[in-house]
Design a protein around this ligand. Structure first.
Ligand SMILES: [Zn+2]
Length: 559
């Protein structure tokens, strides 16, 4: 019975290009997960989009002397381009600037308002007396009251991950002038998060399949107690508040952006001629919803969005709560946190101009920060490329197929009448690996899943070393034929196991083993290669890097 799987991926702010740390945090794991489920024959919808609103965009527009619209458009195009070149297979990557999103977001607002979970109140906000404007979140900077980091923003501290209120900042300063902002009253709407504390705790506590860090962090927030939060802002860029008298204000970006998962599902349904299809993902209790993101986004997906879903439920429409929120920790770059201002990042457009996608997909999967922060270095990238992709996997494919073509008339040797114990063991190993790797991917343990595929490649190399068809061919042609027939079938299986991780080179490896057609469509199983199948001329799957590549790339950081 095919399962219904909704893959929701964090919405990137469209204010800078994407960097490799964001790929490892959310987009790559989501893509691996979605590709696997599609191969399993499950019904998958993977959605996200550019976060076009909010102060990150307006702050950037003011810095560049342009409009928020232009900033969002430029970066949205860059995101779409990066996802295509890096092989991130969204069913829909849209943006929060669509009319559909505004309509869905305002609809949720109205439902929460009608249910009494949104209320108006006077809020004290920081006001810049020099420029005569209120200063929403990122327009204020100061010292984090939780960790003491100088450079915390009015909405969040990037150092300790705490969400903040601008009034909590110590020594606040305006980003629009050199003025010290002063508190003034302003009328806004609030989301009554305090009303959901108990229901959320009852929901989160039994989620044994969540990552321990995600569940414990969330239960910690709930023990402290959620506070009601303002959901409107004094801004001109964003989604209008659908209430008379609030014309000059906009929905706060965190409130409307999380609704994007729902609005994107609806948009996908409309544009695919099945306007009701989104209901299968959101209203069917057997559907599972996964939210991929970095750890800084956890509170929005384990408390705020679930509270909004609970609060907007009506007797005939109860939207699904998250099934899992497999948030990743951070990937640092050569020991330091990625930073735009210091240009300390591997920018995806730059990377993709210089290198192939799969080596980076492999590297980031191998160090994916599932339980703790991990570090990316270019020397490790070169080492893994050369030792693991080139020497272990690529060379297995290349030497077996080159040798077979030369000695067996460019065809797969005939299937042996009976197999020796070592050949049978290797075939059992590859077939068992599908279940092992699948279980790891379903539990979103992607490092372990990749390790399953790679360890079969290591076993296949060991098998070849033991049976040495290169020498056996001179004395016992049948012995060599059995080894090659076996390993070509194992290569067909490994290529399939690698497909979710490396969707560019895996179909090539699979075709080199004699397969024809679409690997993604074959399903989560090894396609059997019959004796006599024609073998195409093999070209190397990966390119070996000189050590100077690491030094050159490392030198780009911070300049
Ligand atoms: Zn902090």
């Amino acid at each position: 019975m095919p399962e219904t799987v909704l893959v929701c991926v964090a919405w990137p702010y469209a204010n800078t290009p994407l960097h490799a740390g964001q790929m490892a945090g959310a987009y790559l794991p989501a893509d691996i997960f979605a590709r696997y489920h599609r191969m399993k024959g499950n019904r998958v919808l993977m959605v996200s989009g550019s976060d076009a609103h909010g102060t990150p965009i307006t702050v950037r527009a003011e810095a560049e002397g342009t409009t928020p619209e232009a900033v969002y458009q430029k970066n949205h195009q860059s995101f779409v381009d990066t996802f295509e070149r890096f092989g991130v297979s969204f069913d829909l990557f849209t943006s929060t600037a669509t009319a559909n999103h505004a309509e869905v977001a305002q609809g949720i607002f109205q439902k929460l308002l009608a249910a009494g979970y949104i209320y108006p109140a006077t809020q004290t906000l920081l006001f810049d007396p020099k420029v005569g404007r209120f200063l929403p979140d990122r327009y204020v900077e100061g010292i984090c009251p939780k960790c003491g980091y100088d450079g915390a923003r009015g909405d969040q501290c990037d150092n300790c991950g705490s969400t903040l209120d601008a009034l909590e900042l110590l020594s606040p300063r305006s980003r629009l002038s050199d003025a010290t902002p002063e508190p003034r009253p302003s009328e806004h709407f609030f989301l009554k998060l305090s009303a959901f504390n108990e229901r959320l705790t009852e929901w989160v506590a039994p989620q044994d399949h969540w990552r321990a860090a995600v569940r414990n962090f969330t239960l910690g927030l709930l023990r402290e107690g959620l506070h009601d939060r303002a959901i409107t802002r004094d801004l001109e860029w964003g989604i209008p508040v659908p209430v008379e008298g609030f014309e000059g204000k906009r929905l706060y970006v965190w409130f409307e952006a999380v609704i994007g998962y729902l609005s994107a599902s609806i948009e996908w349904s409309k544009t695919h001629g099945q306007p009701e299809a989104w209901r299968d993902f959101w209203l069917d209790p057997s559907a599972r919803t996964y939210y991929f993101q970095g750890k800084d986004n956890v509170p929005f997906h384990t408390t705020i969005w679930p509270a909004m879903l609970m609060g907007s439920a009506t007797p005939d429409e109860t939207l699904a709560l998250p099934y899992d929120v497999p948030a990743n920790q951070y990937v640092t770059m050569s020991g330091a946190k990625a930073s735009s201002s210091r240009n300390w990042a591997v920018w995806m457009p730059d990377y993709l101009d210089r290198h192939e996608s799969d080596p980076l997909r492999y590297m980031l999967s191998a160090v994916m920060p599932e339980t703790s922060d991990s570090d990316f270095t270019w020397s490790e990238y070169v080492r893994r490329n050369n030792d693991e992709l080139v020497a272990t996997w690529g060379n297995l494919v290349h030497r077996v197929l080159t040798f077979t073509r030369r000695n067996f008339d460019a065809q797969v040797p005939p299937q042996p009448a009976s197999l020796s114990e070592s050949s049978q063991r290797l075939l059992d190993r590859i077939d068992g690996a599908f279940e092992d790797e699948g279980k790891h991917i379903e539990a979103v343990n992607l490092r372990a899943a990749l390790q399953v595929a790679m360890s079969v490649a290591q076993d296949a190399n060991r098998y070849l070393d033991e049976r040495a068809p290169w020498t056996a061919i001179k004395t016992d042609r049948d012995h060599a034929a059995e080894s090659l027939w076996t390993v070509i079938n194992v290569i067909s299986g490994i290529a399939t196991l690698m497909q979710p991780f490396m969707p560019f080179t895996s179909p090539r490896a699979w075709a080199l083993a004699g397969n024809t057609g679409d690997l993604q469509a074959v399903g989560w199983q090894r396609s059997v290669i019959a004796g006599g199948t024609a073998l195409p001329e093999p070209l190397p799957l990966f390119q070996k890097f000189d050590d100077s590549v690491a030094a050159e790339e490392e030198a780009r950081l911070g300049h």
